[in-house]
Ligand binder design. Structure first.
Ligand code: DGL
Length: 248
């Protein structure tokens, strides 16, 4: 089975890593729209247009399933892509919500959603969590985390300053932090230790893997052929992939 994985840049590699290591697909085609990153600061219409163009690319790759490994694109363009594609298209938000429900079933849990500006503005996470009955939901846009991860900066002074900038106004310690951007799992350690390792982190990649296993229970492949494509800076995407996925 041929899987397509799409993100605005290299953040979706955090999702790819979980799926690749699970050995489910014969081929995985990753496409990063590096030329137009970040999506998180763009308006809904632009995000939808970029995603439609990415879908055209995936159609030419004859894939069987597409994962939108980008919360921003999932929040704004998933339903459009599902209408336009002849193969199933899944986003990362639904699986993230399911993982939250599974890991933090107590509706009194204090939840913090961190994501791009566009994802927070869509209210997708907040509305879905509220509909499930969660009572304590805070949401913060943390867009500076995206370029840090693109630069392979996962901790240190700049990361600490950014976290301080975004998290200082919080007057509680979250029970759960939803990493509502696929770039953020790379900052897991730093974020976790900022909150004294007291918060449970929900990561899109792990969440979507559970989701795929549930919906496609017979998938298995001994070998996975990985291919990378990008609208710009392909070599840098490949280098990051090699580093994150421990590829030879
Ligand atoms: N990886 C994208 C996400 O999950 C965010 C990066 C961007 O702003 O393009 O939302």
């Amino acid at each position: 089975m041929r899987l397509g994985v799409f993100d605005s840049g290299s953040g979706g590699l955090s999702v790819l890593k979980s799926i690749y290591e699970a050995k489910l697909f014969s081929d995985i085609i990753y496409y990063g729209d590096m030329a137009r990153l970040p999506y998180g600061s763009k308006d809904k219409e632009s995000i939808i247009q970029f995603c439609i163009e990415a879908l055209e690319f995936f159609k030419s790759q004859k894939i069987d399933l597409l994962i939108i490994a980008c919360n921003t694109a999932s929040a704004h363009a998933l339903s459009t892509l599902q209408k336009l594609a002849s193969f199933p298209v899944i986003g990362v938000i639904e699986s993230g919500i399911l993982a939250t429900q599974k890991k933090l079933p107590d509706l009194n849990s204090k939840l913090l959603v961190i994501a791009t500006k566009a994802t927070i503005a869509s209210n997708e996470y907040q509305n879905r969590l509220q509909a499930l009955g969660y009572r304590h939901i805070s949401a913060i846009a943390t867009p500076l985390f995206v370029p840090l991860v693109e630069e392979n900066i996962f901790d240190g002074e700049i990361v600490q300053s950014c976290m301080h900038h975004y998290f200082k106004p919080l007057d509680f310690n979250p029970d759960g932090i939803i990493l509502g951007c696929t770039h953020f799992p790379l900052l897991s350690q730093a974020i976790s230790s900022y909150f004294n390792n007291q918060s449970l982190l929900i990561h899109s990649g792990e969440a979507i893997l559970d989701y795929i296993k549930l919906h496609f229970p017979t998938l298995k492949s001994n070998h996975t052929e990985l291919s990378f494509y990008a609208s710009s800076d392909l070599q840098s995407l490949k280098n990051t992939a090699r580093f994150w996925l421990n590829l030879p």
